[in-house]
Design a protein around this ligand. Structure first.
Ligand code: F3S
Length: 294
């Protein structure tokens, strides 16, 4: 069995950068190091970070004054930064620069009195952070139907959660064009997500089975798996090589492999190695069966 990896898979630039900053912070530490929420949605990496001394906390109030607080790539609002300062925490800002750009745009548009519309998931920390930068005045819509319900206003600006599909963003823009006297459109979608999705889809069309590696709670990993299934290929999502099942590779000539943006290379490589081993194992079993039938 041949195993083919998607052209773009695994860590994106923002996650890699956040992880590097976190590792540098642990090496230079002179007190406790905290991370607000999981630094990345991958339990295996989080275990390694915990072993390196990074403590995950749910709120700034859990941190000991004087410690360091790592802000993950999703970013946070100014309220949390102010609370961290008040608690005498040193902030290590690992906000992805693409998210930072969306925050700045939202902040300056809201400050000028423009109604800011964010296309995305209102429960996602990245979106919550962006809304905070508008003083809570931005409106979040998931798609064009919700956008239809917005009132008509003179000045509106629209931007997107970085992981939004372009088609959904465009559909919202089309609706808002009818609602706003003047609409400023900021496409803040990051291409890392789109490029991974495109590469996964192209590969899924050429293979007999797809394996998608990533944290079970990682939204972008689940989205990759859903896209591969939509392409009509049997698709399995795993966190580690241990979860691979030989039965998935029976009769398979070519297997595809991709990974979410929070999956490190060492896990992808482990899964690839194991897939090749299982492929060989299954081929031997099938050969034995054929010989005994003959
Ligand atoms: Fe940044 Fe894009 Fe990754 S916004 S965190 S590089 S998915």
């Amino acid at each position: 069995m041949q195993v083919r990896r998607a052209e773009k898979a695994g860590f994106c630039f923002g996650v890699k950068r956040a992880l590097n900053l976190a590792m540098i912070t642990t090496r230079e530490r002179d007190g406790p190091v905290y991370c607000l929420g999981p630094l990345i949605h991958n339990p295996q990496v989080m275990e390694k970070l915990a072993a390196a001394g990074i403590q995950e906390i749910a709120g700034v109030e859990e941190a000991r004054p004087g410690g360091k607080l790592i802000i993950r790539s999703h970013g946070v609002g100014p309220g949390i930064l102010a609370a961290a300062r008040e608690r005498d925490l040193k902030v290590v800002d690992a906000t992805c620069p693409f998210v930072g750009r969306a925050q700045k745009l939202a902040h300056s548009e809201a400050a000028g009195g423009t109604l800011v519309v964010v296309v995305g998931d209102k429960n996602h920390p990245e979106v919550q952070g962006i809304v905070d930068w508008t003083g809570g005045r931005a409106v979040v819509v998931e798609g064009p139907q919700e956008a239809q319900k917005l009132p008509a206003v003179a000045h509106m600006a629209v931007l997107a959660q970085t992981t939004q599909p372009l088609a959904n963003f465009q559909a919202v823009v089309d609706v808002l064009q009818q609602k706003a006297g003047q609409l400023k459109v900021y496409n803040t979608i990051c291409h890392a997500t789109g490029a991974r999705q495109q590469a996964a889809l192209e590969l899924a069309r050429e293979v007999d089975v797809m394996v998608v590696v990533g944290g079970a709670s990682s939204a972008n990993t689940r989205k990759l798996a859903a896209l591969c299934r939509q392409a009509g290929v049997p698709t399995y999502q795993v966190e580690t090589a241990r979860e691979l099942d030989p039965a998935w590779f029976r009769g398979v000539k070519v297997a595809g492999l991709t990974a979410g943006a929070s999956t490190p290379d060492w896990i992808i490589e482990e899964v690839e190695r194991r897939m090749k081993e299982l492929g060989e194992m299954v081929a031997v079993e099938e050969n034995i069966k054929d010989t005994s039938v003959a």
